[in-house]
Write a protein that binds this ligand. Sequence first.
Ligand code: KIV
Ligand code: ZN
Length: 516
Amino acid sequence: MSSSRPIVIFDTTLRDGEQSPGCSMNLSEKLEVAQALVDLGVDVIEAGFPIASPGDFEAVEAIAKTVSGATICGLARCNEKDIDRAADALGHAADARIHVFLATSAIHREFKLKMDKSEIIERAVAGVKRARNRCDNIEFSPEDAARTELDFLCEVVEAAIGAGATTVNIPDTVGYATPAHFGNVIATLKNRVPNIDQAVISVHCHNDLGLAVANSLAAVEAGAGQIECTINGLGERAGNCSLEEVVMALRTRHDVYHADTRINTPRLVPTSRLVSGITGMLVQRNKAIVGRNAFAHEAGIHQDGMLKERSTYEIMRPEDVGFTQTDLVLGKHSGRAALADRAKALGFHLSGEQLDNVFNAFKKLADKKKEVYDGDIAALIEQGAAVVADQWQLQSYEVQASTDGAPRATITLSRGSEEKSATVNEGDGPLDALFHAIEEITGVAIIVRDFRVQSATRGKDAQGESVIEAEYNGQLVRGRGVSTDTVEAAVRAFLNAVNRVAVGQARDPKTRPEAV
Ligand code: KIV
Ligand code: ZN
């Protein structure tokens, strides 16, 4: 039997993932995701960047106070204020880590930091020491490591470990590395840095060339012991290494990597759905592991092979990643217990009030639709996840449109005990008219940049799932809505985006911290 070594899974969905445009989450959503990450079995949760905004500080502090079962990490640039702020936010964590970063590549040194090599080493050492005074568990990242001169990278890493870093993370910040190149970077650090045994080598790969997972795996082969990744591969630009893909690659090809993680893989699909529901960022159908088509066999020759012996065309079982094998059908006579049971099988743990809300929505849906499939239930629960506190709710709408003349739309919304209606007689079509009416009531005007509707399940009466990407003051906001009526799904998605703006959830790019 081959020996196996443990790989630490460091999830940064709540930090790097949340930095992706339109993916910002509110406090209760972040707490829900953090708990889901613990249930998934991640080792370290990067909960946020406390200096970035009061909201980020509050979220890291709340997660540190209430979430146990994983190390809670906060990010800081290599300066005193950032480090102190991160340490303060993490003060109540049972198990905390401060993650300090400083760019090291020539291009960042010259143009962004205007610092020479010796100043970088000095700053890195001072930052790690300051963080170490507040916490025993310190991660140091030489930002843009993949484009840093290897000799200098070795020097910085040695100095950071000497100053007390317990993990040294090697980021491919701009997604420039290739597998052989990146594997060589890790092997060189292992061979050349004299005190490398005193720290865990971590990797943090971005996906600009679609190589984040491949680069992370090459790093593991070369000796890395921690992978930084995100649910659904969320993250800056093209995203980060996808947690579900890298974990299943390690597991499925154990013969190659001889490495294990603590990830409870049947939680992958439910966690992916939760994050997609909260952020409004749909998972592409053919996405490896968690995409709806990831296990769908269409070609007759494949189906024939599968019926004879699954392993002819299947390298993983759908149930191993959390797809339920049966697509049990519920109907209008199904009760709360049956719904709760189905939700549980799909990986959702519904609390009393949450279960009440989903059950009410389920009853309405079952009245319209004879058969309610797993996908319908997941969509209803995810829609619940997209609900924003203090939001406007849709009460009713009416719309008339034709090829000649302007559309006419009337909409009624409520917020708490307040109810308001608006009628508009303008717009490029029925949806545009409905959106104008929503803007008139809420006073929030957003510009729709992208709009999609897809079916949540099969059949003619399938629910439509709509996602809207809109712009508000230069910021991207997403909204998501589900209904058997595609117009209503679009209205709900638009309203969800407007609600996010109304509660101040769209992140203002001007609040981003400066480089140093
Ligand atoms: O991509 C990057 O370099 C980062 C660092 C903060 C680790 O996200
Ligand atoms: Zn990153």
